[in-house]
Every structure is written in structure tokens, then in C-alpha cells.
Design a protein around this ligand. Structure first.
Ligand code: QUE
Length: 359
């Protein structure tokens, strides 16, 4: 039997391999259930000095959460078939793991070599070291599947420079290494073909260095390369102007008035997203700016339970991952028809209680 996540030790280095290459290493509950207890043990184990996480295959670090499985369970839950427990268990497990990474007391090095979306972002951004390559393509695309930028998006997106977080979280824009460095999402850059050597050098350096963080920094510095030119700086003023409005409608109006190609494309892209998701995400990131990390994760869990009771998540997964027609029929279909009471429900305690954290 092959495990979908393989945790091994290499000397003083803990190593996590996301091992579903055919599914772009999309994160499943069984993977979470392998990784979480291992990370907890490594946090307490003096024989582990640092952790590396990497994806198997040459295409992806991790394309997201296994939302297809959540979709199946959510449909059962809607039909009252009871098996919908996974919808709560998956998000709870994933968010608790995000929190473990955020509070992990040793260097945590994510090698985000390839596609990194949604759940994959949650396995990387909260760690101390985020290494991109020329193959990195990262996005928080959840508004396009009727969800919202979760896995700690509530925490990290409002803390990016200017209005970049709102821009990335609403549009789902896909960005590469240069932009990830510019947005302070990545900390280091290396060449994809150097990563095997980099991992070996980490193991060697940790075995002799008194200080794990200095050893990790030295190895990442030794393998440093120059990323592609960032594209965001050219649009940064427009992003900060347009996404500084006090509502989604206000952002739409500012993009309309902007009069540039970039603004027209950005507006067109936003108009393909779930109107409910856009409004929910706007409120999520407004609140997140003021919340502690753990409260962000509790809030996201609340939000998932409202999403599972709604329409657009099912339609989004259908259109993107099941039928792949990329033609979702959102309900409601326009911003003005989104019920403020339904948006508000995303931020209220769920019927089965709030997310709790062990310890
Ligand atoms: C938004 C998402 C996800 C997505 C596409 C979106 C997501 C996710 C996947 C995905 C991709 C490839 C796979 C897979 C899942 O796509 O979270 O199993 O093989 O996991 O627009 O949030």
C-alpha cells in the first residue's frame, strides 16, 4: 500500500512527501491524519531540528484540498444521508494542521515547486521558509468554486502589502516566483533541478550546525537563484486604488472607471466568480486584519459550514472539477441579489459548534 503522505526522517531533518502526483498532490483527510501527529511528535523531539515538505512528481506541490471528496460528502449531507460528516472533519483537520504549521517551533521549509493552490498554500505560507522555483504557480482560486480563500487566508491575505491580499483572494490571480517574492509570500528562490541537492545539504548542515535556523538560511542562500521579473509592481498603484473601496460593488465601480486593459481584464475575471463568494471574502478579509491566527481559523471553520448549506460550492466544483465546463450558474447570479443575511450567517457560530484546538 502506498501512503498518500510519507513522513520520514533523514538524520535530524523531518521530511514530508505529499504523494498523490496524479491528483496534483491535492490534500485529503487521510494525508492530514498522517501529517498532523507526525508534526506534533517532531515539534517535541530534540532529534528533529527542521522539517521539509515537498510534493511528489514534477507538476505540483499541492493543487488544493481534495474538494471533490468534500463535494461528495456535502451532497450527501444536503440529502440528509448523514455521511456528510467529512465536510466538517476535512476542514477541521486541515485548519488544525495549518495552525500547527503556524506555531511550529522549528524551521519549516516548504519547497513549492509547481502548482500550489488553496490547501497547498495553507501547507506552505504559514511555515518559516517558503522556497519557490521557476515552476511555481500559486493562487487562492476559491471564489471560482463558490468557496472563499481559506487555509489561513483570513490571516495572511490582509497582512500582505497594500491591497494585494484582497486582489489575490478575490480574483484568484495565478502568480509566479517573482511576484511571490514581491508580495512577501515567498522567502527564497531556487532552481527546481537543485532541490534534491538542497534537501541533502539541509540534512548535512543540520548534523553539524549548533543553530538550525542559521543552517537552513545558509543552505537556502547557497542554492539561491534569481526569480522571474515580477508583474505586480506595474499594477500595484491600480490594485491599491481599486481594491481600497468599501464594498465589492465599489471595487467593480473603481475598476470600471480605471480605464486600463488591466482593469478591464480584472473586472471581467471578477464577474466570473461567485457573487456570494466575493461578498463573503470581502467581509472575511476585513475581519481577518484584526484577528489573532487561531481566531482566523475558527472563523474559517464557521464559514465552511455556511458554504456547505449554500448552493455555489456545489455548482463551482461541478463546473471546475466534475463536468469541467467552466460555466458555473451561480445562485444568485448578481451582486445585488446576494442576501446580506446569508453573508452574515458565514460569520455566526455553526449549529454543531466552533472549531476547537487540542492542547
Ligand atoms: C479552486 C480550488 C481548487 C481547484 C480549482 C479551483 C482546489 C483543488 C483543485 C484540484 C486540482 C486538481 C486535482 C484535484 C483538486 O482544484 O482546491 O484533486 O487533481 O484541490 O479553481 O480551490
Amino acid at each position: 500500500m502506498t501512503l498518500d503522505a510519507i513522513c520520514t526522517t533523514r538524520g535530524l531533518l523531518g521530511h514530508i512527501l505529499l504523494n498523490r502526483p496524479k491528483a496534483l498532490n491535492a490534500l485529503t483527510l487521510p494525508m492530514v491524519e498522517v501529517i498532523a501527529p507526525t508534526l506534533a511528535a517532531w515539534a517535541a523531539d530534540p532529534a528533529i531540528k527542521a522539517v521539509v515538505i515537498r510534493g511528489a512528481g514534477d507538476r505540483a506541490f499541492c493543487a488544493g484540498g481534495d474538494v471533490r471528496a468534500v463535494w461528495d460528502a456535502g451532497l450527501q449531507r444536503k440529502r440528509g444521508e448523514g455521511a456528510g460528516a467529512l465536510t466538517a472533519a476535512f476542514f477541521a483537520g486541515e485548519y488544525r494542521l495549518n495552525r500547527q504549521i503556524k506555531h511550529f517551533p522549528k524551521p519549516y521549509v516548504a519547497l513549492i515547486d509547481g502548482i500550489t493552490m488553496g490547501g497547498g498554500v495553507g501547507l506552505s505560507v504559514h511555515g518559516s521558509h517558503r522556497v519557490t522555483t521557476e515552476k511555481t504557480l500559486l493562487a487562492m482560486p476559491e471564489t471560482g468554486i463558490g468557496l472563499f480563500p481559506d487555509v489561513g487566508g483570513t490571516w495572511f491575505l490582509p497582512r500582505l502589502p497594500g491591497r494585494l491580499g484582497l486582489y489575490l483572494g478575490l480574483t484568484g490571480a495565478r502568480i509566479t516566483a517573482g511576484d511571490l517574492a514581491y508580495a512577501c509570500i515567498a522567502t527564497h528562490h531556487s532552481r527546481s533541478e537543485a532541490l534534491d541537492d538542497l534537501e541533502r545539504d539541509l540534512e548535512t548542515a543540520l548534523s553539524s550546525a549548533p543553530d538550525a535556523n542559521s543552517a537552513v538560511e545558509a543552505v537556502l542562500g547557497h542554492h539561491a537563484a534569481t526569480p522571474d521579473e515580477p508583474t505586480l509592481p506595474a499594477h500595484r498603484d491600480a490594485i491599491d486604488r481599486c481594491f481600497d473601496a468599501d464594498s465589492i460593488e465599489g471595487i467593480f465601480a473603481r475598476l470600471e472607471n480605471e480605464g486600463s486593459d488591466w482593469a478591464a481584464k480584472t473586472l471581467a475575471s471578477l464577474k466570473t466568480m461567485s457573487p456570494t463568494s466575493l461578498k463573503v471574502t470581502f467581509e472575511q478579509l476585513r475581519r481577518g486584519a484584526e484577528l489573532e491566527f487561531d481566531d482566523c481559523m475558527r472563523l474559517e471553520f464557521r464559514m465552511t459550514q455556511a458554504v456547505m448549506d449554500g448552493h455555489d460550492f456545489y455548482e463551482g466544483i461541478r463546473s471546475v472539477l466534475v463536468d469541467k465546463d467552466r460555466n458555473p450558474k451561480w445562485q444568485p447570479a448578481s451582486l445585488d441579489a446576494v442576501d446580506p443575511a446569508f453573508v452574515a450567517r458565514h460569520f455566526a457560530p455553526p449549529a454543531d459548534g466552533d472549531l476547537t484546538f487540542p492542547g
